[in-house]
Design a protein around this ligand. Structure first.
Ligand code: PMP
Length: 445
């Protein structure tokens, strides 16, 4: 992903981080940055937390690593139980991994092993959305719908059937319900054309993350997809790598919609930036069938080690103790109101959307036609650089496949306080004013 002008061209001039505390990071020159995107939407508890540090040190003092075939370990058992509880018992089995890509990869492999175990080996394909992002390993890339990342690998990956999800900003249907119904009907037709008996699972994010700029899919669509999966006889995998562990104001985003997945993957917020840890959760009967058919043929060395699990456990305890789901909802409302006020000032803000503390702002060249800025103008990088100069980190994404404009995510730590949301909005407001001035200068006005 070094094609990003933020990464490659800005590389030599990237500031060097010195230290961090709460929602603030400092570089070695003493400049402070408010972390408006939780790193890569991962540092959900903010930086420099003593409770997480203490839990990790206590575990390090006992034992950091054990291998799963040699020892049971208490932190893994406790974290497994805690995660199952967070699903209200809907999913009963947990498999630990070290990253989001590994979690997705594991889900795809478990789903495939399930259809083999249930005498349906002809099921060989996944269905996923375009645009989407599910990770950078080859399997996860196969279900990812983003051409620049896919292009060199299409002959190596077992590409999924890609379908469009709802787009509540650009659709031309009579209303949102009619739009969802049309999208669902088209998806059904695409699956029927591909052969329903060939589909292993449908994978999607219940609330779009980085790839779509927090695009919402909504209850009608998600319930429709659940019903479609049941009709087709395939599994539903929800990718909550980014949305899991409270980002949208509930433990998992599907809990807003009452749509229960068969498999669920989560990562980023589980380690909260303190240690790489992720998990795949699955229904008991799925796992039992695979276990009865020779077991789950998959695993990574570092998965489920005591230090990783002690970290995840401390993160869940902190979210509970500090009532961070409540804070996410309250601060989310404050952030939404502020973003909408800013959006009203500038015609190039096409759309503001999100849930909890996951907000996306889409930029357009023409608000009437909703036409994105030309890709080569790299507006996402421009506004992100201006925000950084103003002491604010936001998470940028370039214009996508011609279907969405440049956008950025505002996703501060779930611990953010009201006054800090105010500071975030002030800094973003200054960056947006400068961006607006730059556009005016370019236009010669
Ligand atoms: N799925 C989603 C929805 C993601 O947002 C990401 C990371 N951006 C991944 C999978 C991959 O996670 P990782 O970078 O930890 O491999």
């Amino acid at each position: 992903m070094t094609d990003s002008p933020l990464f490659y061209q800005a590389g030599p001039t990237l500031p060097e981080v010195s230290h961090a505390d709460g929602v603030t990071l400092w570089d070695t020159r003493g400049k402070a940055y408010l972390d408006g995107c939780s790193g890569a939407i991962s540092c959900n508890l903010g930086h420099g937390r003593q409770d997480i540090r203490n839990a990790m040190l206590a575990q390090l003092d006992r034992v950091a690593f054990t291998y799963r075939t040699q020892f049971e370990n208490a932190p893994a058992l406790a974290l497994g139980r805690a995660l199952v509880e967070l699903t209200d018992g809907a999913l009963e089995k947990v498999f630990f991994v070290c990253s989001g890509s590994e979690a997705v990869e594991s889900a795809l492999k478990l789903a495939r092993q399930y259809v083999v175990a249930t005498d349906e080996p002809q099921r060989r394909r996944f269905v996923s959305l375009r645009p989407s992002y599910h990770g950078s390993t080859l399997g996860a890339l196969g279900v990812t719908g983003y051409h620049p990342l896919e292009a060199p690998f299409t002959e190596l990956t077992h590409a999924s059937l890609k379908v469009a999800g709802p787009d509540f900003y650009r659709h031309q249907d009579a209303d949102d319900d009619a739009h969802v119904d049309r999208v669902l009907a088209e998806t059904r037709t695409a699956i029927e054309a591909a052969g329903p008996e060939s589909i292993i699972a449908f994978i999607l994010e219940p609330v779009g993350g980085a790839s779509t700029g927090a695009r919402l899919l909504g209850e009608r669509y998600l319930k429709g997809i659940r019903a479609l999966c049941d009709d087709v006889g395939c599994l539903l995998i929800l990718d909550e790598v980014l949305t899991g562990l409270g980002r949208t104001g509930t433990w998992f985003a599907w809990q807003h919609y009452g749509v229960i997945p068969d498999l669920l993957v989560t990562a980023k917020g589980l380690g909260a930036g303190y240690y790489p840890v992720g998990a795949l959760l699955a229904r008991d009967d799925i796992v039992s069938k695979v276990m009865a058919n020779g077991g789950f043929q998959h695993g990574h060395t570092y998965a489920g080690n005591p230090l990783a699990c002690a970290t995840g456990l401390a993160v869940i305890e902190a979210i509970r103790r500090e009532r961070l789901l409540d804070n996410t909802r309250a601060r989310g409302e404050q952030l939404e109101a502020g973003l909408r006020t800013l959006a009203e000032r500038y015609p190039w803000v096409g759309h503001v959307r999100g849930l909890g503390l996951l907000w996306g702002v889409e930029l357009v060249a023409d608000p009437a036609t909703r036409q994105p800025f030309p890709a080569g103008q790299n507006r996402f990088a421009q506004i992100t650089a201006l925000a950084k100069e103003e002491g604010l980190l936001i998470y940028p994404r370039r214009t996508l496949d011609g279907v969405a404009g440049d956008h950025f995510l505002v996703t501060p730590p779930l611990t953010i306080r009201a006054q800090e949301v105010g500071t975030l909005l002030e800094r973003l407001g200054r960056a947006m004013a400068r961006f607006d001035q730059a556009l005016a200068d370019e236009a010669g006005t």
